[in-house]
Design a protein around this ligand. Structure first.
Ligand code: PMP
Length: 422
């Protein structure tokens, strides 16, 4: 005779989760929720780019875009993105195909050259540290690791990084030279920085005279609701606070047009723009202006970008809604998980009980559902609570995504209930 366990007892919950997991593992799934890549349908929205610029090869001022030169990028493209990135077009650079590359280069040039306001090159200083709001973007952390820049985690709040901690660390430690910020629809929390946070970042006294905010506005136009978030203008706030050289603004069209085949932007004070252009002049004879012209013709103006992003939203929003709906149905009320409901961007952050994230990711992988490694959202891959899982819903089709999130929920119940019962 088999004993019927009440499903609500701890043992019953474990039993049920184990059965569900067995069933999940038996399905032979092969699903991938790892990276925030646009889905093919999103890329299809920009197919017309591929037949542009057609027979045309002159920019607005008559420049032949097929030839060398124009290091700052096409003025008409900079005009289109100036408002969106909150940088005057004259202080904006339209560069290559990747904003991450620009961040990399800014670090290299700060290490090997002297930043405006700096007493010496960063490479000549004994210790360099960056503040890293967590959870954050693993590629920012990878850049710090690459260049031996120490990372100091700072917890995120729902208004941005905890500013009490940021203000204290930058005031007391001259080795703290920078902070990574994804100010709108942050990767991976979806948090947007409040006006108060922006004002405090711009005005805070720093022990380092060459402190920089790496303002990675990768999701500036990537709304998921009718109520687009507006953030305060950091560059203007820094100038108003008497710290005009503090902000390095980055952005790109990677998740607007084509990922890794769009255009990247850098914006900053006139002194910083001159500084970067000076270094870039050694590195390149000019950017790909053909691609820039193609983007001008395709997007036309700021309204064109907005309309295009509405079409992106129509594809993405149902996926984010599905994630929220399934997590609520499968995990709501269990006490085993909390998750974000982002108003934009590319990610949902799932928090599971402390000590469970790695095991959930491992169990999911065994059942054919690949997730971003637990810990990737923290410097050195170390989430001290082992609680954060990043979900990237954009790439899979809706039906696959639903299967993956249902499967993930089974893994959370399995690991969570087993821990509770232990
Ligand atoms: N910054 C953030 C916050 C991102 O999420 C990404 C893409 N995942 C990037 C930068 C990369 O941008 P790009 O393609 O312009 O290098």
């Amino acid at each position: 005779m088999t004993t019927e366990l009440s499903p609500d007892t701890p043992a019953g919950l474990v039993e049920r989760a184990r059965q569900d997991y067995q069933e999940l593992a038996g399905r032979g799934l092969s699903l991938d929720l790892t990276r925030g890549k646009p889905a093919p349908e999103q890329l299809d929205l920009s197919t017309d780019l591929l037949s542009l610029p057609g027979g045309r090869y002159t920019s607005a001022d008559g420049t032949d875009v097929r030839n060398y030169g124009g290091l700052q990028g096409l003025p008409e493209l900079r005009e289109i993105f100036a408002g969106l990135l909150q940088v005057p077009a004259g202080q904006l650079l339209a560069a290559g195909n990747s904003s991450l590359e620009l961040m990399h280069d800014c670090l290299v040039h700060a290490l090997l050259g002297v930043l405006p306001g700096a007493a010496s090159r960063w490479a000549d200083q004994e210790r360099i540290a960056f503040l890293c709001p967590v959870p954050g973007y693993d590629r920012h952390f990878a850049l710090c690791e690459r260049f031996g820049i120490e990372m100091i985690p700072v917890p995120m709040t729902d208004e941005g990084p905890d500013m009490e901690i940021v203000e204290r660390l930058v005031a007391e430690d001259p080795a703290v030279k920078g902070i990574w910020c994804v100010p709108k629809y942050s990767n991976p929390t979806g948090v947007s920085y409040s006006d108060a946070t922006v004002a405090r970042l711009a005005a805070m006294p720093t022990a380092a005279p060459d402190f920089r905010i790496f303002w990675d506005n990768a999701y500036a136009a990537h709304h998921l609701t009718d109520d687009p978030v507006e953030i305060a203008d950091l560059l203007a706030a820094c100038a108003d606070a008497g710290n005009p050289d503090r902000a390095f603004v980055f952005g790109s069209t990677s998740k607007i047009t084509a990922a890794g085949a769009g255009v990247a932007f850098f914006g900053s004070s006139p002194a910083n723009v001159t500084w970067l252009l000076g270094h870039n002049a050694k590195r390149s004879i000019g950017p790909d202006k053909v691609n820039q012209l193609r983007h001008v013709m395709f997007l036309r103006d700021a309204d064109g970008v907005r309309a295009h992003m509405e079409r992106q939203r129509a594809l993405l929003q149902p996926k984010f809604e599905a994630v929220g709906r399934i997590l609520a149905k499968e995990l709501g009320g269990t006490g085993l998980a909390t998750w974000t409901t982002p108003k934009g961007g590319y990610f949902v952050t799932l928090e599971v009980p402390d000590g469970c994230a790695k095991e959930v990711v491992r169990r999911a992988a065994e059942a054919g559902i690949v997730l971003t490694p637990a810990g990737a959202t923290h410097p050195y891959g170390d989430d001290p609570r082992d609680a954060v899982i990043r979900i990237a819903p954009s790439y899979p089709g809706l039906a696959e995504l639903e299967q993956a999130i249902e499967g993930l929920a089974v893994c959370v119940r399995l690991v969570g209930h087993e821990r509770q019962a232990a």
